[in-house]
Write a protein of this length. Structure first.
Lengths: 473, 237
């Protein structure tokens, strides 16, 4: 008889999800799915609100990366206003986004994934967490907490609050940077370098011990997409999107926010509230792609900062073309943390960063606008339509997790097929399947979207576990 | 020459106080640093006794009186903060929250909202009534300001400031009871109304119902202190 293994909830993730693995009569893995089981409805309840409220409203979608939503939303509003924001405001926003990237990556790597990497996939789940890591390697725990604090504290200094900050508004930012704040941020940078240096050294030493996982953790050819600058360096705030193939060749380039919907579509599967983004010319699911740290590092030619460039060169040695195993998201994440610290230092070293002109103003000049930014976990796209007074008529958010959705589902199937044999599995094996999802660092809370009539399935299960009846709406 | 002064003496919360005839209990209490919570009252405008938060107990009467409009009487014994009053005030605030869609986290007035501050002061920890979630309009037609009826508590400060201070009387109240709505002119869009664009209504609005379009997030403190000065200057002329 066929059997279904359910992992519910998937632990050490941001948001609520579950995994189901279907076994056939022989106990072999037939299929596996990653389900996002909640719906939020942000697009629906933003209808009727004034467009200038959108950044603040959208930032509430997530406590981990509110800044990326602030920025993508503000950029969509600026498209509606048709304004170009002052360059100081743009650089300040970039710094805020980088600070968030550092803290979010630190959360993903140290808090959520380092327990698996340090203590082992099979270790006792009762101690397989950040406290277990801190007990086993105090300096590593301290580095993780320190880097998260570094990012969060910069967000607080710039935008007053660590979680759901304001400050970023359509047209720029509300307040210029005070010199005292700049000096305070600069004073924290040396310690941050020490922390990330320690983490990178440690990761490189242990990565070889995970050869088996690297083989099957969503390790397959796919497309990759991220923002990139004109000089082919990494970009989180501006630039345009580039899509590359599994061999590294450019498939599409210069995808601006306005062009995004022309080339990216969203598919819906009945088992998840998260949509599945794909590249339209290739169709679904062939046009599915990956976003996030791994995609960014696969796409860019340089980081634009000396230390991170050295690390990028080493990273590029992992494969002749793009690095395909999602296990390397961890490695890419650490390099991006280093880049974030360096770039923040670079931005602050320019005296013009204290310039007082940080906001442009305008009314509704277009009835439609889109904005995009790189969130820690990948490309984020906001798209709004407004009436002549600026009231939101329609909104759509394309979230990084939705763009990685297909790869995550393929990844857990790949890992489950490798580890679950003859219907037998252990806690450690299931933890490996969860760990595949963790490499993507999905943020489920902002990824959930209703599309048309949501499928709702009710199952009546007998005491022996047999499904007696099933109703699907 | 002697000036005849009609002085009343009364007791508020155990303090012997004196007042001139015609003064409200609220005015006398504030003169004597006795706090009474208010929401629809604002210094510089007439009082309407709409919000009922300033209700006080008067010895010998079972009826609660709004301190903002009840005038002092000789020998009155007033209590401003009994358990019964506290209970009523909390319930009034809970009803205000349940009546419309007050979402503090995304409101421009978060952190400087009179309704929010009062709820904190009066110890409102949760709302025991079911929320009504009405579908209410947001008027964004004005070039400078926004009216979000979801956050309006019908205190009518905007109506009074527009009529009494600006002299335009653009704002008024439409409908009755729970269906009441503040409107501009004869329910025209604010942007197309006879509004003088002075912004006084925005400054006196205790919540985020009326706000400046250029203020976003929680960067919108309001400054209603100008009203008494404005009155003083006009009287001097």
């Amino acid at each position: 008889m066929s059997q279904t293994i359910t992992i519910d909830p998937v632990t050490r993730l941001e948001g609520h999800g579950k995994i189901t693995i279907q076994l056939n009569a022989q106990g072999e893995v037939e299929n596996a799915h990653f389900h996002v089981t909640q719906v939020r409805g942000f697009e629906r309840f933003s209808e009727g609100r004034p467009y200038y409220e959108m950044p603040g409203l959208m930032a509430r979608v997530c406590g981990i990366c509110p800044v990326s939503h602030l920025i993508a939303s503000a950029r969509a509003c600026e498209a509606i206003m048709s304004v170009r924001i002052p360059s100081t405001a743009s650089r300040l926003r970039n710094m805020l986004n980088l600070a968030q990237m550092v803290q979010s990556h630190a959360l993903s790597f140290f808090y959520l994934s380092s327990p698996d990497l340090l203590l082992g996939m099979e270790s006792d789940p009762a101690t397989r967490h950040i406290f277990g890591v801190t007990a086993a390697r105090p300096e590593l725990g301290r580095a993780g907490i320190g880097l998260r604090r570094f990012g969060q504290y910069i967000i607080e200094l710039l935008a007053e609050k660590r979680i759901h900050p304001g400050w970023v508004v359509p047209g720029g930012v509300t307040e210029p940077l005070a010199p005292a704040k700049r000096d305070e941020i600069l004073s924290m940078i040396p310690e941050a370098y020490t922390h990330i240096g320690l983490a990178l050294d440690w990761y490189k030493k242990i990565a070889d011990g995970f050869k088996a996982e690297i083989e099957v953790f969503a390790n397959f050819p796919s497309l990759f997409m991220s923002l990139i600058n004109e000089d082919e360096s990494i970009e989180f705030n501006g630039g345009a999107l580039r899509l590359i193939g599994p061999g590294g060749g450019i498939i599409d380039d210069g995808i601006t926010a306005a062009k995004f919907t022309e080339v990216i579509g969203e598919a819906v599967e009945p088992y998840s509230y998260t949509k599945f983004a794909y590249y339209k010319p290739l169709g679904y699911p062939e046009g599915s792609y990956r976003v996030g740290p791994l995609a960014r590092l696969n796409i860019v030619k340089s980081m634009g900062t000396p230390r991170a460039d050295k690390e990028l060169a080493e990273f590029k040695q992992l494969a002749s073309g793009p690095v395909l195993s999602s296990f390397y998201y961890h490695h890419a994440r650490l390099i991006e943390i280093l880049y974030g610290i360096e770039k923040i230092e670079q931005i602050l070293s320019d005296p013009l960063i204290l310039d007082k002109q940080v906001r442009a103003t305008a009314g509704v000049n277009r009835f439609e606008g889109a904005g995009q930014a790189e969130a820690p976990r990948g490309t984020l796209h906001h798209h709004y339509k407004v009436d002549e007074n600026g009231k939101i008529l329609w909104a759509n958010l394309v979230i990084a997790t939705g763009q990685n959705n297909n790869a995550m589902n393929r990844g857990i199937l790949q890992a489950a097929r490798q580890y679950v044999k003859e219907g037998k599995f252990t806690e450690g094996i299931l933890n490996r399947v969860e760990a595949v999802v963790r490499t993507f660092d999905p943020c489920l809370s902002c990824s959930t979207h209703a599309f048309g009539q949501m499928p709702l399935a009710l199952s009546l299960v007998s005491a022996s576990g047999e499904v007696v009846d099933r109703v699907v709406r | 020459m002697s000036v005849e002064v009609d002085v009343k003496t009364l007791e508020i919360d155990g303090h012997e106080v004196s007042a001139s005839a015609g003064q409200t209990i609220l005015a006398v209490a504030r003169e004597n640093d006795i706090p009474i919570p208010t929401l629809c009252h604002i210094d510089g405008l007439s009082d309407v006794g709409a919000c009922r938060l300033c209700l006080v107990e008067i010895a010998g009467s079972n009826k609660l009186m709004p301190a903002c409009v009840a005038t002092v009487q000789e020998g009155m014994v007033v209590s401003t903060n009994t358990e019964r009053l506290q209970k009523h005030r909390r319930l009034i605030l809970e009803m205000l929250f349940a009546e419309r869609n007050h979402i503090c986290s995304v409101c421009v007035s978060n952190g400087h909202c009179e309704l929010q501050s009062l709820a904190q002061e009066q110890g409102v920890t949760h709302v025991r009534l079911p929320y009504r979630y009405p579908e209410l309009p947001v008027d964004v037609s004005h070039e400078r300001f926004t009216a979000d009826h979801n956050r309006c508590i019908l205190c009518t400060r905007c109506v009074r400031v527009c009529a009494e201070i600006e002299g335009a009387h653009v704002w008024d109240v439409m409908g009755r009871g729970i269906d009441s709505l503040v409107i501009t002119d004869l329910h025209d869009e604010w942007g197309k109304s006879s509004c003088t664009r002075c912004g006084k209504c925005v400054q006196v609005c205790p919540t985020g119902a009326l706000f400046d379009k250029s203020k976003i997030g929680s960067e919108h403190p309001k400054y209603p202190d100008f009203l008494p000065y404005l009155n003083l200057m006009r009287e001097a002329q």
